[in-house]
Design a protein around this ligand. Structure first.
Ligand SMILES: NC(=O)c1ccc[n+]([C@@H]2O[C@H](COP(=O)([O-])OP(=O)(O)OC[C@H]3O[C@@H](n4cnc5c(N)ncnc54)[C@H](O)[C@@H]3O)[C@@H](O)[C@H]2O)c1
Length: 455
């Protein structure tokens, strides 16, 4: 069967002031918008305000790593009317490698001379100013700065998840999201399951009542440990000592201010799917976690496992696990239990009492390509698409879960969102110090449940 790709909801949520929002306000203002947030825009019709003037859309890439490079290629895959004109990265070696890969794939759509290659912490500002559309694909700690600037400059945005690593950054993204909506900017956040036909059809059937009311959910990202950049190897390669800032930037996965911990960096995908099914965000969370095996100076300050019970306003529970421990049971998936049946959302299977099992059998186009197909179609044809607010609130879900596991306390959504705990360094410069520093033994302090301050 063929899944109909629906246009985004035309319902624009009312203007919100994120700093004074209650959770109820969030649900009220986002649920209508999110009804269509699975969306993938219709490919015909609409008014072309770029094509009509025969403009080529100028694209900039900020954060030229694995995902940014792939996202730029996907953006250029959407058609000849898109050209990559500027790139920015903290490090020149990352930018050079990325440029080559993109140019090899799309030689006629890349025009990034030396004077539009920008390096360092402030590089994003110049790259954004050279473009109509920007891809923000640095690690998430920088997203609030970058998204705010893109919106300030009136640019359309594709930004990767997560969109912040702490509540102060998150509130800035919510404010910029609101501004972007007012200014008719098109924004897509890289939560690609919402652009995946099998997910869309499965969630639609659940929303249509296929398994009754949802009473519980399970979300997993139990998998492999990602890459690690050891200080000794980095220094050998560089032929010099690295500053602490440079080391943490190169080995960013293991530092909360840049990465947010893997409950945020990876598990957000699964949490977002359950939020999508529920049509809202949890009201509280409690959980446990720690660092059992991934220890040592090269592994920074994050946990290697988290278990969280998230509770939604109707009392239903999402059990969430994420783990990076070798030789354990692995699963990256989402499941829900309803009053009339169950769904394995990841495998797109629905089992309901008295009804034959349903399994999605339609198209399975790469959802990360679809994200760009939709974004550029919406830009070129002035159709609405803006998933920034949902990206922010699913990021907040993961931040609340992290607060629960680090502290061992029950955390309420409103207090989590209002938290002023800011993980970012006072100053971003190669010789400035991040807030988290190694002790004399080279080890970083790992949050201790029962003691850690998280609000
Ligand atoms: N949607 C998905 O499935 C998916 C998959 C992979 C990664 N991601 C997300 O994409 C983002 C990037 O991940 P990645 O795997 O490409 O990491 P990466 O390390 O390969 O790339 C990040 C790049 O950003 C650069 N960078 C870091 N700080 C910067 C700054 N302040 N200004 C400019 N450049 C800066 C780094 O030098 C690096 O080149 C993360 O948010 C990650 O969660 C999403």
């Amino acid at each position: 069967m063929h899944t109909q790709i629906m246009p985004p909801s035309s319902t624009t949520p009312k203007t919100v002031n994120p700093t004074s929002l209650t959770r109820r306000d969030f649900l009220r203002t986002t649920s209508t918008a999110l009804a269509g947030a699975s969306v993938v825009g219709a490919m015909a019709g609409g008014q072309s305000f770029f094509a009509a003037t025969e403009n080529t859309l100028k694209l900039a890439l900020v954060g030229c790593g694995g995902r940014g490079t792939a996202a730029a290629i996907q953006a250029l895959n959407t058609g000849k009317s898109v050209k990559l004109v500027a790139m920015a990265d903290a490090f020149d070696d990352r930018l050079t490698g990325s440029l080559k890969k993109i140019a090899d794939k799309h030689p006629t759509q890349v025009d990034v001379p030396k004077d539009r290659q920008f390096f360092g912490f402030d590089s994003y500002k110049q790259a954004i100013s050279a473009a109509d559309v920007v891809i923000l694909a640095t690690p998430p700690g920088f997203r609030p700065d970058h998204f705010e600037e893109a919106v300030r400059q009136g640019k359309h945005v594709f930004m990767e998840k997560p969109v912040a690593t702490d509540a102060p950054g998150l509130r800035r993204v919510l404010a910029a999201a609101e501004e972007s909506k007012k200014n008719n900017l098109k924004v897509v956040v890289g939560l690609q399951r919402r652009f995946q036909a099998g997910y869309i059809e499965t969630v639609k059937r659940i929303h249509d009542g296929a398994i009754g009311d949802i009473v519980s959910a399970r979300a997993y990202w139990n998998g492999r440990t990602p890459w690690v950049k050891k200080r000794a190897d980095l220094e050998k390669e560089a032929g010099r000592k690295l500053t602490e800032m440079e080391y943490q930037m190169r080995n960013w996965y293991y530092f909360v201010w840049i990465c947010g911990d893997h409950i945020l960096e990876q598990h957000i995908h699964n949490l977002d799917v359950i939020n999508w099914v529920k049509g809202g965000y949890p009201v509280r969370a409690q959980g446990m976690g720690g660092c059992q095996v991934r220890k040592g100076p090269d592994y920074g300050e994050i946990f290697d496992h988290h278990f969280v019970e998230f509770e939604y306003a109707d009392g239903s529970i999402m059990s969430s696990q994420c783990r990076h421990i070798p030789d354990c049971w692995n699963s990256v998936s989402e499941h829900v239990v309803g009053t009339k049946g169950t769904a394995n959302i990841t495998s797109h299977i629905i089992r309901a009492t008295g009804v034959e099992e349903w399994k999605y059998g339609g198209e399975s186009k790469d959802p990360q390509q679809v994200e760009h197909d939709v974004l550029f179609d919406c830009i070129l044809n002035n159709k609405p698409i803006n998933t920034a607010e949902n990206g922010a609130l699913s990021t907040m879900t993961a931040i609340m879960g992290r607060m629960a596991t680090y502290s061992g306390q029950k955390i309420e959504w409103d207090e989590a969102l209002a938290s002023n705990l800011n993980y970012m360094p006072e100053k971003l410069a190669w010789d400035a110090l991040p807030k988290s520093l190694p002790g004399p033994d080279g080890l970083y302090k790992i949050p201790m449940p029962g003691q850690a301050e998280v609000l």
